[in-house]
Design a protein around this ligand. Structure first.
Ligand code: ATP
Ligand code: MG
Ligand code: FE
Length: 346
């Protein structure tokens, strides 16, 4: 099926047209510059900017794909989770277009989009597989059993991986978003310069949870380290070494749990998704750790790791193929569990 999808859950206005697993066009209007002075996304500013950008993005996506509405089989939009005001812009546009052009409508869970980003790279990938989902707001290990069928095997108990990158970058005064800057700095630093905790979760019966993790302790450890270095009068701070040591701790934690989980569940394929999947350290370390176990690891191309509409179209195409369809009464939801996505379809 050929699906036109809209993504406006956060600070990217995105429209894409995807035919099965082929991207015909993918337009992303990023608002990063607009939010940078505030050091994070301002919801009210985001909604207003989505309204400003949406029509241009729609026109651009159709033009790049060289299609008119006759060539579109369905319209999709992210409906949850995210900023409700922001989601409503894309969702309302998609529902309206679905009525006007008489096309079926698909509401899509944002994280399901991140899961399917690898489908756009790898035409043969199919469930079952393990998905390591590492984004700005989520960090989970998901057993992907089928389209719409997910089992949560592990997750962070506090901060998401991307959120931790952003917070550490802020305390190192590196700006927003933090992931790409730390990633770049880390290549020039020594990952063993400073020992940092990996964020293990203790179990009441003793030992540690094999798949759950924590990142808030790591963030605090970096803060203490910076305070200690400043007290000692170290100037300038060895930011490259701190970045490399921090990234090393995050990557070790994610890699260890992902490999363990894949082996325990007998899953031979791992798909990584979300903004942190763009991290060069994670890409290298996870591939290297997987090789001796004959595990296949797929990472989306860099531009499909962070928010985009092609991944939303791809998820909608999977539902379309299975005859799932969403009612036009579907509303935007700030929260929705990935295990409950089938509630979006009739
Ligand atoms: P969610 O998908 O959970 O709703 P989101 O949509 O805001 O959250 P994404 O767009 O998937 O998150 O990813 C953005 C996050 O990815 C930010 O926290 C950013 O710092 C992080 N990120 C982007 N590039 C990199 C990188 N190269 N290394 C590490 N982190 C990165
Ligand atoms: Mg974003
Ligand atoms: Fe996202």
């Amino acid at each position: 099926a050929t699906i036109l999808a809209i993504e406006t859950s956060c600070d990217e206005t995105a429209v894409a047209i995807v035919k099965n697993r082929n991207i015909l066009s993918s337009v992303v209007a990023s608002q990063i510059k607009l939010h940078q002075p505030y050091g994070g996304v301002v919801p009210e500013v985001a909604s207003r900017q989505h309204l400003e950008s949406i029509n241009f993005c729609l026109d651009q996506a159709l033009e790049e794909a060289q299609l008119d509405w006759g060539g579109i089989d369905g319209v999709a939009a992210t409906c949850a989770p995210g900023l409700v005001g922001a989601l409503l812009v894309g969702l309302t546009a998609a529902k309206t277009l679905s009525v006007v052009h008489r096309k079926p409508f698909f509401g899509v869970h944002h994280l399901e989009g991140h899961i399917y980003a690898t489908y756009l790279l790898e035409p043969t990938l199919k469930p079952p597989f393990l998905c390591l989902l590492v984004s700005g707001g989520h960090t989970s290990l998901l057993h992907v059993q089928d389209c719409g069928q997910y089992e949560m095997l592990g997750s962070t108990r506090d901060d998401a991986a991307g959120e931790c990158f952003d917070k550490v970058a802020r305390l190192l005064k590196l700006g927003y978003p933090g992931g790409p800057v730390i990633d770049r700095l880390a290549t020039r630093g020594n990952p063993e310069a400073f020992p940092l905790p990996e964020g293990k979760i203790s179990l009441p019966q003793g030992g540690y949870h094999p798949y759950d993790c924590s990142f808030s302790g790591l963030k605090t450890a970096v803060l203490r380290l910076v305070e200690k270095l400043e007290e000692q009068g170290v100037d300038p701070l060895p930011v490259a070494d701190i970045a490399a040591s921090f990234q090393g701790a995050v990557v070790r934690s994610l890699t260890k749990r992902t490999i363990q989980c894949a082996l325990d569940y007998g899953l031979d394929t791992i798909a990584v998704g979300g903004g942190v999947a763009a991290n060069q350290g994670l890409r290298k370390t996870l591939q290297t750790a997987a090789a001796p176990h004959q595990l296949k690891v797929y990472f989306p191309p860099l531009r499909l790791c962070t928010d985009n509409a092609a991944m939303i179209a791809c998820a909608a195409a999977e539902h379309c193929d299975r005859g799932h369809i969403s009612p036009l009464t579907l509303n935007a939801q700030s929260r929705l569990k990935i295990t409950e996505v089938m509630g979006l379809y009739t």
